[in-house]
Design a protein. Structure first.
Length: 70
């Protein structure tokens, strides 16, 4: 059982390592595109602002739901 647990942990570690590497690659490529022109960089900033706003609204909905149902 101990060996199986160790193998599962190694498998999970490998998945995390691959996922982190992929995320790093995506971030790197996104940054390359944003630096190609001022317009693309401005568009990236607007996307980031929109994502922050959406995240805040979602968090507010979750907290409101906790207040109502929790």
């Amino acid at each position: 059982m101990k060996m199986l647990k160790s193998l599962v942990k190694q498998y999970m570690d490998a998945i995390h390592y691959i996922a982190d590497g992929k995320n790093d690659w995506i971030m790197e490529k996104s940054m390359e595109v944003l630096y190609e022109s001022a317009d693309l960089f401005k568009a990236g900033i607007q996307i980031e602002k929109g994502m922050k706003s959406a995240k805040l609204k979602l968090m507010q909905l979750v907290f409101d739901d906790f207040k109502t149902n929790g």
